[in-house]
Write a new protein. Structure first.
Length: 331
């Protein structure tokens, strides 16, 4: 299984509209969740087309010993307002007797491969190629009327609580939110931008091991994950839904605001790197959105992101070598 840093180079997706896919494929990524609808209104994010990219994702397994009961999973990004996924090609070896796309909720999906028996010395591949249309995001034309939601729907509650490494209930983070709320602002957009500026001012970008948002604040340094986690944690304390967006080798947050008639939108910002508030110039594909997932293979654990996974029963000495492929390619 890949570690945290390596996982962030994964990319790909499956689309239920493709004729190449089995009828069991879920299309959760095609279904807009609350707030995921750029509709051209003054409060909506603006999407600008970028060049098409091509990505390959999957598994190449080699093993010196026979294996039984093989199971592999890997995440596959879904469609989002700023991203459209089209499958180009798929190559799945016969040792993979069954595969499907599992919906984990909130637009997050993973491929599940079942391999009942793999002979010693075998090489088994399950590779998928995708076209990814990823738009740039520009701020809305008018932010003055946007408000913090007065009531949180069941769907949005997922982006309001504690998540792994996002210790929203930490006293130091709660105190920061209280102090920020005392400072006057003209509207909700400015309130979120206040949080954004606070994180960028208080936490210096330094790469390192993963740590909690409160620890990054105490230390005064952290990388893109810690800065994103801190932004998310403070927003949630202010009643603003927020979540992590995962792309290859990077992460950034999104926050949710509504119009007075309860039409909601998600807006991105770049807390680590060049200043981008309410906009996102990234061309790398969105892999997942969210920071609190339940994966069947880890029943007792809530995970921060959906990573690759492999297990099998070995029939001899030696270890299988699963290589999870995730790479951009040119046509």
């Amino acid at each position: 299984m890949l570690n945290r840093r390596n996982w962030m180079s994964a990319a790909g997706s499956l689309c239920a509209a493709s004729a190449l896919l089995p009828a069991t494929v879920s299309s959760a990524g095609d279904k807009p969740v609350q707030g995921d609808n750029g509709d051209g209104s003054p409060e909506s994010p603006q999407y600008i087309e970028q060049p098409l990219s091509h990505w390959r994702i999957g598994l190449i397994l080699t093993t010196p010993v026979a294996c039984t009961n093989g199971l592999a999973t890997f995440p596959v990004p879904s469609n989002w307002p700023e991203q459209k996924i089209t499958i180009r090609n798929q190559e799945v070896d016969p040792e993979v007797t069954r595969w499907q796309v599992r919906d984990l909720g909130g637009g997050t999906q993973q491929v599940v491969l079942q391999m009942p028996r793999i002979n010693a010395g075998a090489k088994v591949s399950a590779l998928f190629e995708f076209d990814i249309e990823r738009d740039r995001i520009q701020p809305p034309e008018d932010t003055s009327a946007l408000i913090i939601p007065k009531s949180i729907s069941r769907e949005l509650r997922l982006y309001m609580g504690v998540s792994p490494e996002i210790d929203t209930t930490s006293r130091i983070i709660r105190n920061v939110a209280v102090e920020l709320e005392k400072e006057p602002v003209d509207n909700a957009w400015q309130r979120v931008e206040q949080v954004y500026d606070y994180v960028r001012d208080k936490v210096q970008y330094v790469e390192g091991d993963i740590k909690k948002a409160s620890k990054a604040l105490l230390d005064g340094f952290g990388d893109c994950e810690e800065m994103t986690s801190l932004f998310v944690a403070i927003c949630r304390n202010l009643g603003i839904p927020a979540r992590v967006v995962w792309i290859p080798d990077h992460s950034y947050p999104e926050f949710y605001l509504e119009t007075p008639d309860k039409k909601g939108y998600w807006y991105p910002c770049q807390v680590a790197g060049t200043r981008q508030f309410g906009r996102m110039d990234e061309a790398r594909p969105v892999l997942q959105k969210g920071d609190r997932f339940r994966v069947p293979e880890k029943k007792r654990e809530t995970v921060r992101y959906v990573a690759e996974y492999f297990r099998c029963d070995r029939r001899g000495n030696g270890a299988p070598r699963p290589n999870f492929v995730r790479e951009a390619f040119e046509l």
